[in-house]
Write a protein that binds this ligand. Structure first.
Ligand code: NAD
Length: 391
């Protein structure tokens, strides 16, 4: 079996799906590794390092022609999809709940799609394969550095001959993997940090990394299935936004990480809340997406300064800006999943296996993962619920 590592082609993407260190592990399982020329360069992994580890460096056309399994980090572009052929498998963070049309296209081409974001994350044996956590961890760290770089003052309390600087007040909204890492990183830089989440279980986690937990009186628990949050009702959302606004107005920096799987990110910071913030305040919206983000007006990949002097950073792909660490972690995740699915040197699809049932999205020309297939069912008005909004 041949596994091919492609050179990512999404704008600004610097990660690579496999790093040289992982190549011998795959080879020991009877898997040959092909690497597209220059695939690791942007993450500081040169072709020579892959070749020394035992991989074969090939051109793009050779890779698509010869590989049985293609490894990618992000969703393949339409150009990449058109190069895949029937019987090939592709492993990546394919976001099928946000882009079910991609799953449909891959199924139509006879490609087996395996998406790491479908992993049952609470299974302890799946933890080495958890790319959502590894990338969220990198993103949470970098969000704080991005905020610190933009903020016009110090994070820590500084007492100098020229005067005393008060510490920055920083609030993290959403205390999952990214949020907790952001809290820890901001604390290490000396900010006064608070955190908030709709899952009450996060209170002790927020406090254990040294932040104050904000409790809202107007919204109860919104803990959903599998450790995730559920979507709030319109009434709950408005109450949450109103009550949060008072807390947001007192902050110098707000980092938002709130997500609900397969849904558009909840808006936590409204336009009114932004107006109440002081000039020089900074927001880093990790939920920024084409569908809208956690912060009103945020745009993915863009930095906007409001009339009131508040900077909103649409930080939609922070792991790509820490490419070596992010690739290193992802490489371990994807190879652990691949090796879980390889028997006697061949990929074996087994939908009775709990891990595979979550990650295998398409196989034998069908969308087999239930959640994605459900999104592709025609709705009562004849359309498909492709943005997960139910509209
Ligand atoms: P995520 O990226 O899906 O969401 C980030 C956070 O946003 C979550 O904590 C969520 O509760 C919060 N959120 C959603 N809507 C919100 C709203 N309206 N207001 C405020 N906060 C809101 O989350 P994640 O980082 O992927 O983690 C999800 C869960 O999975 C967590 O419970 C995490 O501990 C758990 N997890 C468990 C394991 C494991 O058991 N091995 C591994 C990884 C993650």
């Amino acid at each position: 079996m041949k596994v091919g590592v492609i050179k990512e082609d999404a704008p600004g993407e610097r990660r690579v799906a496999l790093v040289p260190e992982t190549v011998p592990k795959l080879m020991a399982a009877g898997v040959d590794v092909l690497v597209e020329k220059g695939a690791g360069e942007a993450a500081w992994y040169p072709d020579t390092a892959y070749a020394e580890a035992g991989a074969v460096i090939v051109s793009g056309p050779e890779l698509y022609d010869q590989a049985d399994v293609i490894l990618t980090v992000t969703r393949p572009s339409p150009g990449t999809v058109s190069r895949l052929r029937a019987g090939q498998a592709v492993f990546g963070l394919l976001a099928p709940l946000i882009h079910p049309e991609l799953a449909q296209a891959l199924a139509g081409q006879g490609v087996t799609a395996v998406s790491l974001d479908g992993l049952p994350r609470t299974l302890s044996r799946a933890q080495p394969m958890d790319a959502l956590s590894s990338q969220a961890n990198v993103a949470g760290y970098k969000a704080v550095l991005v905020a610190a770089e933009t903020y016009g003052r110090f994070f820590p309390l500084l007492i100098t001959a020229a005067g005393t600087a008060r510490p920055a007040r920083l609030l993290v909204l959403g205390a999952g993997v990214a949020g907790l890492q952001a809290i820890g990183t901001a604390r290490r830089l000396g900010a006064v940090v608070s955190g908030y989440d709709v899952r009450p279980a996060t209170k002790t986690e927020v406090e254990s990394v040294g932040a104050t937990f904000i409790e809202l009186t107007s919204v109860g628990s919104a803990a959903g299935e599998g450790g995730y949050a559920r979507q709030l009702t319109d009434e709950e959302r408005r109450a949450q936004q109103d009550e949060l606004s008072g807390h947001i107005a007192k902050q110098d920096i707000v980092i938002t990480t709130a997500q609900v799987p397969g849904r558009r990110p909840p808006q936590l910071v409204t336009e009114d809340a932004l107006k109440a913030m002081s000039p020089g305040s900074v927001l880093v919206d990790m939920g920024a997406s084409a569908l809208g983000g956690n912060v009103a007006g945020s745009e993915p990949g863009q930095t906007i300064v409001t009339e009131g002097g508040v900077t909103i950073i649409g930080a939609d792909n922070l792991p790509a800006s820490v490419p070596t660490a992010a690739s290193n972690a992802y490489s371990r995740n994807v190879s652990a999943l691949l090796l879980h699915m390889v028997r006697d040197g061949a990929l074996v699809i087994d939908l009775d296996d709990e891990i595979q049932r979550g990650v295998v999205i398409t196989h034998h020309n069908e969308v087999v993962q239930q959640a994605t297939a459900a999104l592709l069912q025609p709705t009562s008005d004849g359309g498909a619920d492709v943005d997960g909004t139910g509209n």
